[in-house]
Design a protein. Structure first.
Lengths: 236, 312
């Protein structure tokens, strides 16, 4: 446990000490603000539906950028060897990195609470939907983080980790977009397992256990894959 | 303290370390020598529980490598090239290392101060590791590897890439540490191992070739004994007298110098035959004058080259 906390603190410290963390955070907030503002003034309605619909796209570009160096750089610089020879289990390393990444995204999502707060002053905002949508957004971020952390564990180069992460997330996103053109059998499977489908479901204000469990299980699967990718390096 | 038993590691079909057994006593500084690619780093990675051995095991203070978490607490490890987090400053890096090792907050600060002064880091505590010279980074790595006060230190080529002054500093540091801890260090720089280590072992192609003190290795590698001498007088007569006493004496070199002096290099295959003494007696018997005599030492370089097939 102390290893997970220490790793997490180290990642945050590096994010605060170096420009990378700020650059990604500021770019994310600018883009998110733009999408929030543009739709708000067009529609003139006090809801955040449009913003939540665009959010997965923002994730697709920003989460790989936040996660790319987490494991790839450690493998590249040889510091992974240091970590792995300290009293840490591989799972501690995975969880430490994951918690630091998810913490970063949670912080950014918390900052976007300015939008519903502003809206609730201006109009009659349905807070129930806002809460369930934020839960959905957070669960989706948790899943995407696990996927991008996995991408980072596959390579020693942060840039490749970014591209692999981007592709993984794009596939998840596009598969839902493209599903109407696919055979019926596949459509059913995508409706059942597609994270974006479940995300959209939750945006309607319905939180079902099935939605939550899908996100949690997929996240656990990708964290296990990350663990496996790191362990495999020791046995090659 | 460290006891390797038939350690073996395969990379695919290739043996990186092949049936390696050795023991390092408590408080000893052991050098691990070998040409590049001999399996030094792989051996160290196994001893620090980074790579699992393909077969065989090692015991560190009686604990098997399977007890990875306990072994890691006992061992301090400095990997090759002393990796560290370049974006952190020295203080933050040491704090991180301490926390991962679970050093309680109350003592962590004092521990960091203590290690910083032992490794001469006080001046650079708040500088980013990125900005430090190679020598300092190496010292940061050493400080981090000793922060949890390990019984046993494993250092992979701790002086590569340093300038001569830095090498001497790091050597002194290791020598000082060696008084309290068991140290295993690898190197392909022979004088360094000779200067720092109590005993050394030479490995090549994953196999142990020799183990012992520098003197023992010299004896093991060179079967006989070589004596160099300067003699004034009739050398031919001296040699005939000597050969009558010791039949197997070989003259390797005989060079007449000015003023009746001759330099002579002779060899005998048996190191315990008192070659020098016999030469002295022969010189006295033939009424010549012995001006200079020395036993030639087999240098570690020679041993190394012999055992690793001249690839060094």
């Amino acid at each position: 446990m102390s290893a997970i906390i220490a790793l997490c603190q180290k990642e945050w410290r590096i994010s605060l000490d170096t420009p990378q963390g700020y650059v990604v955070s500021i770019a994310f907030l600018l883009a998110s603000g733009f999408f929030f503002g543009s739709s708000l003034f067009l529609n003139g309605q006090a809801d955040m539906r449009h913003w939540f619909a665009v959010l997965p796209l923002l994730y697709i570009f920003f989460i790989p950028a936040m996660s790319m160096r987490l494991l790839a750089d450690e493998l590249h610089d040889g510091t992974y060897e240091l970590l792995a020879t300290m009293p840490t289990r591989t799972i501690d390393i995975v969880l430490g990195k994951y918690v630091s990444l998810l913490g970063h995204i949670t912080f950014l999502l918390a900052l976007t609470w300015l939008y519903p707060l502003t809206l609730s002053l201006l109009g009659n905002l349905d807070m129930g939907i806002v809460f369930s949508s934020y839960l959905a957004a957070w669960l989706l971020a948790a899943l995407f983080s696990a996927m991008c952390l996995y991408a980072s564990s596959l390579t020693q180069h942060a840039m490749i980790a970014y591209i692999v992460g981007l592709i993984l997330l794009l596939v998840i996103f596009l598969i839902t977009q493209a599903s109407p053109t696919l055979p019926i059998v596949l459509q059913d499977w995508i409706a059942l397992l597609g994270p974006i489908n479940h995300y959209q479901h939750m945006l309607r204000g319905v939180v079902s256990l099935a939605d939550v469990m899908l996100f949690i299980s997929l996240t656990v699967i990708f964290l296990s894959l990350t663990w496996f990718a790191l362990e495999r390096r020791r046995w090659r | 303290m460290i006891k390797a038993e038939h350690l073996t590691r395969l990379y695919g079909e290739q043996f990186a370390v092949n049936d390696l057994s050795f023991a390092v006593k408590r408080g000893e500084v052991m050098g691990l020598l070998g040409p590049n690619g001999a399996g030094k780093s792989t051996t160290m990675k196994m001893l620090t529980c980074f790579l699992p051995p393909s077969s065989g095991d090692a015991r560190i203070d009686g604990l098997s490598l399977a007890d990875a978490m306990k072994v890691r607490r006992l061992v301090g490890y400095l990997p090759e090239h002393a990796p560290s987090y370049h974006d952190l400053d020295v203080e933050a890096y040491l704090q991180f290392t301490g926390k991962v090792h679970g050093i309680p907050k109350a003592t962590l600060h004092d521990k960091i101060r203590e290690m910083a002064s032992a490794c001469g880091l006080e001046q650079v505590m708040f500088r980013r590791i990125e900005e430090l010279s190679k020598g300092y980074r190496q010292r940061v790595g050493l400080a981090a590897s000793m922060l949890h006060d390990p019984q046993c230190l494993i250092l992979d080529e701790p002086t590569t890439g340093l300038d001569p002054n830095q090498i001497i500093e790091i050597r002194h540091l290791i020598r000082r540490l060696g008084e309290q801890k068991t140290v295993l260090l690898s190197s392909h720089i022979l004088p360094e191992v000779e200067a720092v280590c109590d005993r050394m072992m030479i490995i090549d192609q994953g196999k142990l070739q020799a183990l012992g003190t520098a003197q023992e290795l010299a004896k093991q590698a060179q079967g006989g004994i070589t004596v160099l001498a300067s003699i004034k007088g009739d050398v031919a007569k001296v040699l005939t007298h000597l050969k009558a006493e010791l039949s197997d004496v070989e003259v390797i070199q005989q060079k007449p110098q000015e003023a009746g002096l001759t330099t002579l290099e002779i060899y005998h295959p048996d190191p315990d035959c008192n070659l020098a003494e016999q030469l002295f007696l022969a010189v006295v018997a033939k009424e010549a004058v012995l001006l200079e005599m020395q036993r030639e030492q087999t240098s570690l370089e020679d041993i190394f080259r012999q055992l690793t097939g001249g690839k060094a």
